[in-house]
Ligand binder design. Structure first.
Ligand code: SF4
Ligand code: SF4
Length: 438
């Protein structure tokens, strides 16, 4: 099966229940942003620019735990900012899993290995022999240093503190936008791709479920993304989501002011998206994609869908963000108020016409993936249900073996570094540095 049966049953029963009741709009995935602080400054990230907050600005744990109850989505994507910086991330994860929901931890992976060592240290108290076996393997594979392995053997600093443990309803969801050179360029820091790979390998060795999420930009080389999926197949990952980039106003402003880039050279129009995604259905057959085939048909230009942004609401420090994850016209005090006060007929693209100019080029998963899943008279076509059943219950694609030959470490590891972030400013002050790196 492409998806674990227990998770599929959880989501399917939620949708069927609402369909039988005739609920016109309901949540399927909650995007929970407990904070907007991040340790990276990725090019194109609207979040850290729209909400340039400090570590003091975090949602209280009780509000974070109340949000999934309020909208009753079966899946919660904990994002941000970097959610692993949230001071009570372990208690938050535990609490949402305890509500019987599926958790996706959307992370840049820079703190993943630390969090997994914390789990190992706690586990060491209960199962020292099992953990010792893991440690020997992790040290042998350079996924944990000998010093960190010794620290794990000391046990947890606070044995009562919660940790993020492997769980059938928990996924690490790692942000990856290309192979080493490209990914490090986009996240504006060298070494991030390498850390992502180490963290994902460690997670799989310890029995966690791991997925990736990738954004496609105008400059993305789709052959490189295909090679990335071949490479990730060798790590044995559990799934991938892919989505075209959205041109946030805040990200556009930052690109012009800080990087001197022109946004129209970075973000995709609808036609460009269709061209980029023309092979995505073939990819879904070869790689363990989590996107539905109906959404991929939409991205490939084979059908139209209308936007269902109400199904993927965003809750952050400002409240319930409306109308969608990308556009902020207002924040509301509850999911019910968001549903009631937003005039949903004003958004999306219908029969090629954008109802709001900001929606014109948007084909993102959080607006259109729920339309693909939920169907409805505007979106459903004959045969969709069987297509989805075949996709969900069909066998999971296996690695082809080609990933072994992919030159994934083609950036700084291969002596092909580049200037990013603060280095650009330093090089501008010292032109000789820029010339040497060119
Ligand atoms: S890691 Fe995520 S939240 Fe942080 S800057 Fe990059 S895209 Fe934005
Ligand atoms: S089309 Fe995109 S930008 Fe417009 S409301 Fe839907 S998700 Fe938001």
């Amino acid at each position: 099966m492409r998806f674990p049966l227990a998770s599929t049953a959880k989501v399917a029963s939620h949708i069927i229940r609402h369909k039988l009741k005739g609920t016109p709009r309901f949540a399927t995935v909650l995007q929970l942003e407990p904070l907007h602080t991040c340790n990276l400054t990725c090019t194109g990230c609207g979040r850290i620019r729209e909400y340039s907050t400090s570590l003091k600005d975090v949602m209280p744990l009780e509000d974070c735990l109340q949000a999934p109850i309020d909208c009753n989505a079966p899946m919660v994507s904990i994002c941000g900012g970097e959610p692993l910086i949230y001071p009570q991330i372990e208690a938050l994860t535990d609490g949402i899993l305890g509500q019987g929901r599926i958790v996706y931890m959307c992370t840049n992976a820079m703190f993943m290995r630390r969090k997994m060592r914390a789990w190992l240290a706690k586990e060491f108290l209960k199962k020292p022999q099992v953990v010792e076996k893991h440690l020997v393997e992790l040290v042998a594979q350079d996924l944990v240093s000998a010093k960190d392995a010794d620290a794990v053997r000391q046990g947890p600093k606070d044995p009562a503190a919660p940790v993020i443990a492997p769980n059938q309803f928990f996924y690490w969801n790692v942000h990856l936008d290309g192979l080493e050179y490209t990914h490090d360029l986009i996240v504006e820091r060298e070494g991030v791709f390498k850390e992502c790979v180490l963290a994902m390998r460690m997670a799989k060795l310890l029995g966690y479920q791991v997925a990736t999420n990738t954004t496609i930009y105008k400059e993305t080389d789709m052959a490189e993304i295909e090679a990335m999926y071949e490479f990730l197949g060798e790590i044995g990952l559990d799934g991938h989501t892919i989505s075209p980039g959205y041109d946030y106003d805040a990200a556009k402003k930052d690109m012009v002011e800080r990087l001197g880039l022109q946004p129209e050279n970075f973000f995709l129009t609808r036609d460009m998206t269709r061209e980029k995604f023309k092979d995505s259905l073939d990819w879904a057959a070869r790689f363990p994609f989590l996107n539905t085939p109906v959404f991929l048909e939409f991205l490939a230009g084979q059908r139209e869908l209308t936007c269902s942004a109400w199904a993927v609401p965003t809750r952050n420090i400002g409240g319930w963000k409306g109308p969608c994850y990308f556009m902020t016209d207002n924040h509301f005090s509850s999911y019910g108020e968001l549903l009631e006060k937003v005039d949903w007929d004003k958004y999306g693209v219908v029969q090629g016409k954008a109802r709001d100019p900001r929606c014109e080029n948007c084909m993102v998963h959080c607006g259109y993936e729920p339309s693909a899943t939920l169907g409805g008279k505007e979106n459903a076509q004959r045969g969709d249900m069987w297509k989805n059943i075949k996709f969900n219950f069909g066998s999971k694609p296996k690695p082809s073996g080609k990933g072994k030959t992919v030159n994934a470490f083609n950036g700084v590891t291969a002596g092909r570094g580049h200037l990013t972030g603060e280095q650009v400013k330093r090089a501008a002050a010292k032109p000789s540095v820029a010339a040497a790196a060119a």
